[in-house]
Design a protein around this ligand. Structure first.
Ligand code: PLP
Length: 357
C-alpha cells in the first residue's frame, strides 16, 4: 500500500449527528469523503480525503448526458466490543470493477480502494451508530467527468466514496411486504446492463415502482425481458422462494445482479445442509406451488434490508399469500444468522468479516 498517498484535509465544521431512531436512509452524510481522479494516459491520481462537499462538473460532462457511472452499496457495523466490521468488502470492490468493464470505465485498484475506505471510516468512525440493526452505509461510485458531448467513453473520471449512518430497517421488527408482479416494464435484459450497478437500471425501474406504490404494493417483482415468464429480481433485491422444502433462486442469467447477500445466503444454506438450487423459476411454478399449498416462503435479499420477507404476490389479478402473510422460519433464521455475523454476535465460519483495527 506504499503506493497510496492519501492527502487528508480535516473538516473543521463537524456536522451534527441525528439520533439513530430519527435517521432516514441516505439523507445524512458523514464529515468526510474520499476522491481520486483518473486521466487517460496517467491513471488514477490525487487520492484525497476532504470535507463532505458538492462536486463541480462541466455542464457537458458525459455522466450528465449518457449516464456513464457505476456504484456500490456496502455497510460498516460496530460490534459490542467497539470494533468496526465490514462484510465481504473485497466482493464489492471486485463487483465495482465488473460494472466498470460493462460501462467502458477504468478499473480501480481494489486493494487501494479498500485501504482508502478504511482510512475514511477511521476518520469518521464516531458516525457509526451502535444500536441494534443500525450501521454505516457506504456508497463508492465512479462518474465520467470529461467535458464532451460526443457519445464515447470519457477520458477522465472521479472515484468517490461517501458514507451515511442508517437506522434500523426493521424498527417494528422484520415484517413481510406486498409485491406486485410487473408484466409490462422490464428491469434488464441479457446483453444489457442488468449485471452492472449502473444508474440507468434504476432510472428505468422508477415507472413500475410508481404504479406499485399507487396500488398499495411496496415493490415490483421483475420478470424476464423476453417472455415475461421467468422471475428475475424483486425491486433492487435478489429473490428466493422455498417451495416444498427446497430453496430456489433464479440462476444468474446475464440480466440479474450478482448480489453479495444472495451468494452469502446460498453459502449459509449449503453450510446448514438445506437444499438450495439456482435455476429458472417461472411465475407459473409459483402459482402452482401456491395452489398446491407448497409455497412455503419467499424473500428478497440485499445489503439494505438483508432479508425482506414477501407476504403477498399479485400476478394478473390473482393474489398469492405466502405463509399466511407472516415471516417464515427459514427467513428469520437466515436474517438472524447474517445480521449476527455482521454485528459479531454470531461466529463467522466463512471468514467474511474484515475488521478495522
Ligand atoms: C445491489 C443490488 C442487489 C443486491 O446486492 P447485494 O450485494 O446483496 O447488496 C440486487 N439487485 C440489484 C438490482 C441491486 O442493485
Amino acid at each position: 500500500m506504499n503506493s497510496l498517498k492519501i492527502q487528508i484535509t480535516q473538516n473543521e465544521n463537524k456536522n451534527e449527528k441525528t439520533p439513530s431512531e430519527q435517521l432516514v436512509f441516505g439523507t445524512k452524510f458523514t464529515d468526510h469523503m474520499f476522491i481520486a481522479d483518473y486521466t487517460e494516459g496517467q491513471g488514477w491520481h490525487d487520492h484525497r480525503i476532504v470535507p463532505y462537499q458538492p462536486i463541480t462538473l462541466d455542464p457537458s460532462a458525459s455522466i450528465l448526458h449518457y449516464g456513464q457511472t457505476v456504484f456500490e452499496g456496502m455497510k460498516a457495523y460496530l460490534s459490542e466490543d467497539g470494533s468496526i466490521r465490514l462484510f465481504r468488502p473485497e466482493e464489492n470492490m471486485r463487483r465495482m470493477n465488473n460494472s466498470c468493464d460493462r460501462l467502458s470505465m477504468p478499473h480501480i485498484d481494489e486493494d487501494l480502494a479498500l485501504e482508502a475506505l478504511k482510512q475514511l471510516i477511521e476518520l469518521d468512525k464516531e458516525w457509526i451508530p451502535s444500536e441494534q440493526g443500525t450501521s454505516l452505509y457506504i456508497r463508492p461510485f465512479m462518474i465520467a467527468t470529461e467535458a464532451h458531448l460526443g457519445v464515447s467513453a470519457s477520458k477522465t473520471y472521479s472515484f468517490i466514496i461517501i458514507m451515511s449512518p442508517v437506522g434500523s430497517y426493521y424498527k417494528e421488527g422484520i415484517h413481510p411486504v406486498k409485491i406486485l408482479v410487473e408484466n409490462e416494464y422490464v428491469r434488464a435484459v441479457a446483453g444489457g446492463t442488468g449485471t452492472a450497478k449502473t444508474a440507468g437500471n434504476y432510472a428505468s425501474s422508477l415507472k413500475a415502482q410508481e404504479v406499485a406504490d399507487r396500488e398499495g404494493y411496496s415493490q415490483v417483482l421483475w420478470l424476464d425481458g423476453i417472455e415475461r415468464k421467468y422471475i428475475e429480481e424483486v425491486g433492487s433485491m435478489n429473490v428466493f422462494f422455498k417451495i416444498d422444502g427446497e430453496v430456489v433462486t433464479p440462476a444468474l442469467n446475464g440480466s440479474i445482479l450478482d448480489g453479495i447477500t444472495r451468494k452469502s445466503i446460498i453459502a449459509l444454506l449449503k453450510h446448514w445442509g438445506v437444499p438450495v438450487t439456482e435455476r429458472k423459476v417461472s411465475m407459473e411454478e409459483i402459482r402452482e406451488a401456491y395452489l398446491n399449498g407448497k409455497l412455503d416462503e419467499a424473500f428478497g435479499t440485499g445489503t439494505a434490508a438483508v432479508i425482506s420477507p414477501i407476504g403477498e404476490l399479485r400476478w394478473k389479478g390473482e393474489l398469492f399469500y405466502v405463509n399466511n402473510g407472516e415471516t417464515g422460519e427459514l427467513s428469520k433464521k437466515l436474517y438472524n444468522a447474517l445480521t449476527g455475523i455482521q454485528k459479531g454476535t454470531v461466529e463467522d465460519p466463512f471468514g467474511w468479516i474484515v475488521e478495522i483495527k
